[in-house]
Design a protein around this ligand. Structure first.
Ligand SMILES: C[S@@+](CC[C@H](N)C(=O)[O-])C[C@H]1O[C@@H](n2cnc3c(N)ncnc32)[C@H](O)[C@@H]1O
Length: 306
């Protein structure tokens, strides 16, 4: 498995770091600025070919980072992140996330760049993922978008997105919440545990001029005090099993839930889990080994007060 190490920080420091990290074949970039006030930031990408070498390489890199931070008295200094490339999406700014694309025919995703003018096309979403998950390229996100598109085209009121109140639990970049509004939802709330991802989601909502209709909250279920017509939850399996119990409580009786983030081979267990929570799986969708469920509350199911 290959790992990608990203180091971000003040551009002058990043330039010095880059020259000291030569043996790791680093790739250095300037990070595009959102406004004139942010200090200029640089980014270094390093790919480590195997798991066995990761610890060793990281400790060498961390040592050099600390040395440069001390030399330049950098505050707040550098940030280091590690991604397992086997399970990741393309990073923001990579060549795989540079051109507009259509994850589903009715939506265009336009990667943000500093030169980009505001786009008023109602079907285009401007997206700057930064370090958050949710570029629209991963099969689990694609499955959610496909199911939402299907719902939006459904004329039976119970599963139509139009006019709905939507919760995007684990919103990452905020893509699903934004897409829900583009598909006709009235309002959406995005909830995200990771502070940086929550910031990215807020910024994407603002880039798309939807701050009046989408609320992004940092946290988990404790920040959700409402019931919704549609709950979307694309989460890794451990989180889905830990947090999924709360979905029925936040659904109105005629509502629907879409869950994704599990493999086709895990679908049976995930189905049992949600049926125990009082939900009925109405349809299963599969893409490239990933699965997603469309679900509704079972009549007389738990539901309950918040
Ligand atoms: C697989 S990503 C999905 C992002 C986006 N909704 C999509 O479909 O592409 C899952 C997100 O859930 C967030 N998350 C994990 N545990 C959470 C929790 N307990 N409460 C809220 N968000 C959580 C993660 O930080 C991550 O951004």
């Amino acid at each position: 498995m290959r790992f990608e190490i990203t180091i971000e920080g003040p551009f002058t420091g990043i330039s010095q770091l880059n020259s000291k990290l030569e043996s790791f074949s680093p790739v250095m970039k300037r990070v595009p600025l959102h406004d004139d006030e942010t200090p200029e930031i640089g980014r270094i990408l390093i790919v480590i070919p195997g798991e066995d070498r990761l610890d060793r390489e990281l400790s060498i890199i961390a040592g050099i980072v600390t040395e440069i931070e001390r030399m330049l008295s950098l505050k707040p200094g550098f940030e280091i992140r590690v991604r397992n490339l086997a399970y990741s999406e393309p990073s923001a700014g990579s060549s795989q996330f540079a051109e507009p694309f259509n994850p589903i025919p009715s939506i265009t995703i336009q990667p943000w760049s500093p030169e980009l003018e505001h786009i008023s096309d109602p079907h285009t979403i401007i997206l700057d993922p930064r370090h958050a998950f949710g570029t629209g390229k991963h099969p689990s996100t694609l499955l959610c978008l496909k199911i939402m598109d299907l719902m939006a085209g459904d004329t039976s009121r119970a599963s139509n997105i139009k006019g709905c109140k939507v919760l995007d639990f684990g919103c990452g970049t905020g893509l699903l919440a934004i897409a829900a509004i583009k598909m006709g939802a009235e309002t959406a709330m995005g909830v995200e545990l990771d502070a940086q991802a929550a910031r990215a989601a807020k910024s994407n909502v603002a880039l798309n001029r939807l701050s009046q209709r989408i609320d992004i909250m940092e946290g988990s279920w404790e920040v959700v005090n409402d019931k919704f017509d549609l709950v979307l939850a694309n989460l890794v399996v451990s989180v889905l099993l830990k947090t999924g119990k709360s979905i029925p409580r936040h659904l109105i009786p005629s509502g629907a839930a879409v869950v994704a983030g599990f493999g086709e081979n895990q679908a049976k267990d995930i189905k049992c889990f949600f049926e125990e929570q009082g939900l009925t799986v109405t349809r299963q969708f599969t893409l490239k080994g990933w699965s997603a469920f469309m679900m509704k509350p079972r009549l007389g199911g738990r539901g309950g007060t918040i």
